[in-house]
Design a protein around this ligand. Sequence first.
Ligand code: DAH
Length: 457
Amino acid sequence: MTIFSVQSTIFTRASVAILSSNGLKRFSFASSFSSNALYSSPLPKTKKRRFPIVSAVDIGGVTIARNDVVRDDDPTNNVPDSIFSKLGMQLHRRDKHPIGILKNAIYDYFDSNYAKQFEKFEDLSPIVTTKQVKCSPPSKACIFLSPISVSNFPFVWCQNFDDVLVPADHVSRSLNDTYYVDPQTVLRCHTSAHQAELLREGHRRFLVTGDVYRRDSIDSTHYPVFHQMEGFCVFSPEDWNESGKDSTLYAAEDLKKCLEGLARHLFGGVEMRWVDTYFPFTEPSFELEIYFKEDWLEVLGCGVTEQRILKQSGLENNVAWAFGLGLERLAMVLFDIPDIRLFWSDDERFTSQFKKGELGVKFKPFSKYPPCYKDISFWISESFTENNFCEVVRGIAGDLVEEVKLIDSFTNKKGMTSHCYRIVFRSMERSLTDEEVNDLQSKVRDEVQRKLNVELR
Ligand code: DAH
């Protein structure tokens, strides 16, 4: 199993591209509902609807109505029902779930090595702003902001991009990559979205864990919702003066020591290496890799925080480090979980295998059901993107789609480009019938034509 591409970080140099980029990027979708669904739709659940519509969800005690997040009246809005239903599920807060077990193991490391100095936030709303917004009276979008921001009314700052210096033309800002509620409100695509807001609130050492949302491709390591943990640590001149080191070097060394310790805490005595990289919010920036199962595995991104971020929070005389890690990526390795969809499964054969406090129990796969392959070919239009295509597929097939892969592409003499995708349907819980798969595929064909302005071949 290769887990190099498991979702984790996106803000490295490689992803700095212009907004109109129409590369063969990735995306996904979701299915089952659980505790977060406050009210099921009064609409009758027809057999046709794979996603019963959830009309409201609860995020940390705040009720959020579907119609404020999934909106037909705003052309910017690209949040489907399947994504809305995931808001508030908070797998990271379930002590017997691999994501929660891993989070707790990281907490243990920080608590025991830093005498509980790191405050923990795990209930901040994933609905965040894209830029600095001043709203008085608060706009609808603003009412979703985390309690911290709400307490700051009438000023609400942003969060996902501007606050952490993500460039205006960064690909992550595009509708193709990020779920927008409206032009100023998104589902956070990284937990770094909370760095600046927490600093402004006066917090100096903290860990933020939460669900993050990205439109992406479909395969065993990509899912449109996953979990990240952000760490942040501010130092004062007394800290580095004593060491005789320059502040940036002091912070970088402290950061590396902290994270090497964390990697050993999680993985045992592994070989590690540091790789220089780029993030908009840190300079210098690094990735930590560990040698695991005969391959180098990227564990996290980190760096010394850009002074501008500290300055905008009144901390010009300080230095800080920050890191961000993807919990699914690490949990797949630590628990031997082969498919990212499993994290969302309510199947007892999955859930019963994990116990509170037991990190690294190896998952025993229950029987693998047969895959079913279906190909679809069409002439694409200029606006076509693979993420949009995958969104349609996941919207219809939910977690029954295992992979979507471009298997052929060519341009004819008239300049028309054809794409052929192979869709792999497979349930993790049962065998799919031919009839069911044919039905899904036929719906995909209809919907792709209707929504994506492509011509089927
Ligand atoms: N937010 C980054 C991402 O999702 C991860 C990250 C990298 C967070 C470096 C940090 C950091 O705090 O310093 O790609």
